[in-house]
Design a protein around this ligand. Structure first.
Ligand SMILES: [Zn+2]
Length: 326
């Protein structure tokens, strides 16, 4: 009886304390409407186009494994002649180290790297790497966010950031008509601060579209389902179609689950009526990372490299067409 009374009195209090300590109102977990919006998207309605098998892109999964280990603090990196660990990407110092690492990697590929500093109260810096096309007036952006909630989020958003790097590597051997730009947004987790500053500065007429890569590392059901999120916005659905076409053309074993959320950097493009989508694991379909925004978001067996490879391949092929490589 005493125990029962104890639980009746104390449990509700601890529940309140828990929900206050873990405010979900701005997280994907707290996006109730997104869970209701889940709808499978039939990629099979797309007909296979005539592409040459020899034109299939090689996605270097060993490279993704190594770079994700380095970027998420599982392995030391060398910056300016010093061996260091990216132990977190939350503080200004941790985020800066992450950007320095990315700068080195993209410069090895021959991309032109720059930073966009912004803000006075909430200062930050977006990472930008670019390979110019022959016609510089049009740009495709592949983006992710470079900050993290706890440590050096391996999944959130190490997977998106390193997938973008692997796409840049795979497309690097081609010339292209249009420019490929990789952007790492700063301060996504504290309210889409970096992307807001970035979209403000963007020459809007040059944008083909933005493909944001978010948490695409866990697939505990092993069913190959992932989200391509366009909220059925008419200016953005062509990006979903392009990814679906790439899946069909290259026989990639993936299934697309649509859902609708504005809780990532793609939403800042939508605010300016610009085309964007966000890709992620099947978060709202019930297969989200159990370590989402927790200290356990480290590089371990949760991270499914086969799944990352497939999504990376689909986006790389889609990008290859959108920038018209040759
Ligand atoms: Zn994220």
């Amino acid at each position: 009886m005493r125990n029962l009374l104890f639980s009746l009195l104390i449990l509700p209090l601890t529940n309140i304390a828990y929900s206050h300590g873990h405010d979900l109102s701005h997280t994907w977990l707290g996006d109730k409407a997104a869970y209701k919006s889940v709808k499978m998207f039939d990629v099979k309605k797309f007909k296979k186009s005539n592409i040459e098998i020899s034109d299939s892109l090689f996605i270097d999964t060993e490279f993704i494994k190594t770079k994700l280990a380095e970027y998420s603090g599982a392995k030391k990196i060398n910056v300016d002649g010093k061996d260091v660990l990216i132990s977190e990407r939350k503080s200004p110092k941790g985020r800066k180290l992450g950007r320095e690492f990315l700068k080195q990697e993209y410069e090895k590929l021959g991309f032109k790297v720059s930073f966009q500093e912004y803000g006075s109260f909430r200062k930050g810096s977006n990472f930008i790497a670019e390979k110019l096309g022959d016609d510089e007036s049009r740009v495709l952006i592949i983006s992710s966010h470079i900050d993290s909630v706890q440590n050096s989020g391996a999944n959130d958003d190490g997977t998106g950031t390193i997938s973008a790097l692997a796409i840049a590597k795979a497309l690097n051997k081609y010339r292209s008509k249009y420019t490929l730009r990789i952007v790492g947004f700063d301060q996504e987790e504290v309210g889409l601060v970096g992307s807001k500053a970035y979209v403000k500065s963007l020459k809007k007429e040059e944008l083909i579209g933005d493909i944001q890569l978010e948490m695409m590392g866990t697939n505990s059901r092993k069913d190959g389902v992932f989200h391509v999120i366009d909220c059925d916005k008419s200016h953005s659905t062509f990006l979903t179609d392009s990814i679906a076409q790439a899946i069909i053309d290259n026989d990639i074993d993936l299934k697309v689950n649509k859902a609708c959320t504005t809780r990532s950097d793609h939403a800042k493009f939508w605010d300016a009526d610009l085309p964007a989508v966000v890709l992620s694991e099947n978060f709202f379909g019930g297969d989200s990372d159990k370590c989402y925004h927790k200290k356990c978001d480290v590089l371990d067996e949760r991270i499914d490299f086969n799944y990352i490879e497939k999504i990376t391949k689909a986006v790389a092929h889609s990008a290859k067409k959108l920038i018209e490589t040759y």
